[in-house]
Design a protein around this ligand. Structure first.
Ligand code: AHR
Length: 764
């Protein structure tokens, strides 16, 4: 019999705020998502800067009249464009199509409509505001009279008589010019009925996770853009996101759409409070790593002031400048900010040179704030190491790690955080996921989380990305999917929920003695074919040698047309080898890719020198089409320069050389599935939590022994087909269910099903 023994009296470490969420406006997660505004392009500010397909009338349709967008007499200096309708006797106007397939209106619900408008002298006709179903016609109607030739706000409430997928229709008659801006429609029924609030169904799914913290507002969103806060495509500057929504500047998001910033810092803080999550903002570090734009050192002050002012905005008394602004916005009590991240997955010395200025200034004024440094977008490599060095030198409380990997990487690297030093800064795993939303992905993530929890070196962790609008996908997998009608959690969501709802206050010691064996999923050594590859790049490969012997002297040229590949036909399947070649980039965007250990298209290793905007050199493994980075450095390929590239494979070790300089050394860890993965914790009320993940395809029969006189045992299990996913049609395909336990005295006997995550809560 397998045996798990729990020692509730032996506390290992507090679990604190371990499990949280990360919100980024990616995949239309805010506008067209969590932010409940139903009108798309409400301020006529859409522009080709945001997206090549946009224009100021995107999402708007004219109804029988001439309209244009002007900017001569704007609503305010941030909201410069407005709509002009030339009304010509008969009923005419415009309609807004909202997001997705239209506005999903529900019978009996009330919708708050508002706009800013002005008229020409003498115009006195009613303006008709209607919600019109595409199927059945109008479902709600109201009228508004525009009474001024200056901008005024007008509002009404529309009550839906029927349900339907609707457009918002605004019409009038008479003969005049009518001017509109900031046209808005919100369901009254937002989450906690907040003004300018959040979509109830999505917010409820988030609240039900019971996250301990929420990281926001990004992601790449934070550090991609212009250094000028007034630029349309500015880096994310929080001060642009508070106050009257009609005065917030519109913003280009690097995710290829427009951000109204209607969901801004005040709303984020409020939402955190509403769901009981500690706020964890991420500020840009005066540096855009995507385009290597850095603020000169003598101009850092406004950026550092942004950080100091944010802390005052969140925590200052109403006597302080920013605390007073918070109170004026409606929240005189502080938001109790405890954590602050400077930078999102930064790479480049420009960041590491600037971070200390932020750190010093913040710690001088607010020593209690826990500061989080950054270590790039990969789990290893030169920039990753620099991130850790920078955090150690500055004594940051945490380092933000990010990685998206194959499920097998998670299995192979299960013990990663046991290798971290106790006296180092703690880990903030600010973004992680295995590639996919199947139950198998969720299961592998669960196995990884048990070790994260037990190691004691991870202080905070959140899956990424959080939300995805199914019609505007920038990135997948995601935790929650939604459309205009509904939202559902993925199996990954339900695993996160199980862990978050049952975190426990302190990890406790426990032991596992298994009769079952581990199961290896992959070969320990690297073997396979060799390919050369380029992407959007013309390059020559020649003088190719294997183990010192020339196999193709003349070589070949790969064209600059998408993805180009050539197999090294001269050799077959190779294990230990030394491959050397000359390579020259002739034209294009990237550099050279050498694939090895290739076992079909979806299973291979590769080294790319000159990847991602020709900035990176990385060694990756791909398992079933899912990639993980094994080594990384910042390196660019120079055009027309001859390089000598060498790849040496020795069993499971990969060495890569550029012009005889060792650039990467990667050790491939084999994916071996343990008999079971466990984590255990105790709550302040004395209840004990045991999490058990069975990744194997046979059940795990165990006796669970505690030193408690067990009175009550409750628990949940999530299990199913490894390939199963949830969907709009079948949102509860994979969800946890309650289970009963057999127990006597201090012992519980349980059979953990194959492919399952079980959480047991034991009360003595
Ligand atoms: O989570 C999606 C993106 O992944 C984030 O914006 C970025 O930080 C990371 O590269």
């Amino acid at each position: 019999m397998n045996k798990i023994t729990l020692y509730p009296d032996k506390k290992l470490h507090p679990l604190g705020d371990l499990y949280g969420i990360f919100f980024e406006d990616i995949n239309h997660a805010a506008d067209g998502g969590l932010y409940a505004e139903m009108v798309q392009n409400r301020s006529f500010e859409f522009d080709t800067i945001d997206n090549r397909r946009y224009n100021p009338l995107t999402a708007w349709e004219t109804l029988g009249c001439e309209v244009r967008v002007e900017n001569a007499y704007p609503l305010n200096r941030n909201n410069t464009h407005y709509l002009v309708i030339e009304v010509n006797d008969y009923e005419c106007g415009v309609e807004n199509h909202g997001f997705n397939d239209g506005m999903h209106i529900k019978k009996g619900e009330r919708y708050k409509f508002s706009f800013y408008a002005r008229r020409n002298t003498g115009f006195s006709k009613d303006v008709n505001i209607r919600l019109v179903s595409k199927e059945t016609g109008p479902v709600a109607c109201e009228t508004i009279k525009i009474t001024s030739c200056d901008w005024e706000k007008y509002q009404c409430v529309l009550t839906a008589e029927e349900s339907g997928v609707c457009y918002l229709v605004i019409t009038t008659s008479g003969k005049s010019l009518v001017y509109l801006d900031d046209v808005s429609l919100f369901p009254e029924n937002t989450y906690k009925n907040r003004e300018n609030g959040l979509r109830r169904d999505i917010a409820t799914l988030l609240a039900e996770l019971k996250p301990k913290f929420m990281r926001f507002p990004g992601g790449c969103l934070v550090h991609d853009g212009n250094l000028d806060p007034h630029a349309r495509n500015s880096l994310y500057r929080w001060k642009n996101t508070i106050g009257d929504v009609s005065e917030r500047p519109t913003r280009r998001s690097n995710w290829g759409y427009n951000q109204t910033l209607g969901l801004g810092y005040y709303e984020y803080f409020l939402f955190c409070e509403d769901i009981g999550a500690k706020p964890l903002p991420v500020l840009p570090a005066a540096y855009n790593p995507h385009h290597h734009d850095a603020v000169p050192f003598d101009e850092l002050k406004p950026w550092i002031d942004d950080a100091l002012d944010l802390i005052e905005f969140a925590n200052g008394t109403t006597e302080t400048k920013w605390g007073k602004i918070r109170a004026e916005l409606g929240h005189s009590e502080p938001f109790n900010l405890e954590y602050l991240a400077i930078g999102n997955e930064e790479v480049g010395d420009d960041f590491f040179e600037r971070y200390p200025y932020f750190h010093k200034a913040i710690k001088e004024k607010y020593p209690e704030i826990k500061l989080i440094g950054s270590s790039g977008p990969f789990p290893c490599g030169g920039e990753f190491e620099k991130g850790w060095k920078c955090a150690r030198e500055n004594k940051s409380e945490m380092v933000d790690e990010h990685y998206y990997v194959s499920p097998e990487w998670m299995i192979a690297n299960n013990k990663r955080y046991f290798e971290y030093k106790k006296d180092d800064p703690k880990v903030f795993l600010g973004e992680y996921a295995s590639w996919g939303n199947t139950f198998y992905n969720a299961l592998c993530e669960a196995s990884y989380m048990t070790a994260m929890e037990t190691s004691g070196n991870v202080a905070l962790a959140c899956y990424a990305p959080l939300l995805c609008n199914a019609d505007y996908v920038n990135w997948k997998p995601d935790l929650i999917w939604f459309n205009g009608e509904s939202a559902y959690g993925t199996p990954n969501y339900y695993v996160q929920k199980l862990f978050m709802n049952n975190q426990g206050d302190s990890a406790i010691e426990h032991s596992v003695v298994s009769e079952k064996n581990s199961v290896a999923l992959s070969d320990e050594n690297i073997t396979g074919e060799i390919f050369f590859k380029t992407v959007d790049t013309e390059a020559q490969f020649y003088d190719i040698k294997i183990n010192g012997k020339t196999v193709n002297e003349k070589g070949f040229t790969l064209k600059r047309e998408g993805s180009q590949m050539k197999k090294l036909e001269e050799v077959g399947i190779l294990g230990d080898f030394e491959l050397e070649c000359k390579a020259k980039e002739l034209d294009g965007k990237r550099g050279f890719i050498i694939c090895f250990g290739v076992k079909g298209y979806g299973n291979l290793y590769h080294w790319e020198f000159g990847g991602w905007q020709n900035q990176d050199s990385a060694v990756c493994s791909t398992v079933n089409y899912r990639e993980s980075v094994l080594a990384h450095e910042l390196r660019s390929v120079e055009k027309d320069r001859e390089y000598t590239l060498k790849v040496v494979v020795r069993k499971n070790v990969i060495l890569c050389y550029i012009d005889n300089e060792l650039v990467h050394e990667a050790v491939v860890k084999p994916a071996v599935v343990e008999p079971v993965y466990t984590a255990s914790s105790v709550n302040e009320d004395g209840s004990v939590v045991l999490k058990v993940v069975n990744l194997q395809d046979t059940e795990y029969n165990a006796e669970i022994e505690t030193n408690m006189n067990i009175q009550r045992v409750a628990g949940e299990v999530i299990t199913g087909d490894l390939n199963a996913e949830n969907s709009f049609e079948n949102p509860k395909n994979i969800v946890p269910c309650n289970i009963a336990f057999e127990y006597e005295g201090s012992v519980i006997k349980h059979s953990f099903p194959s492919h399952s995550v079980t959480v047991i809560v034991i009360n003595g």
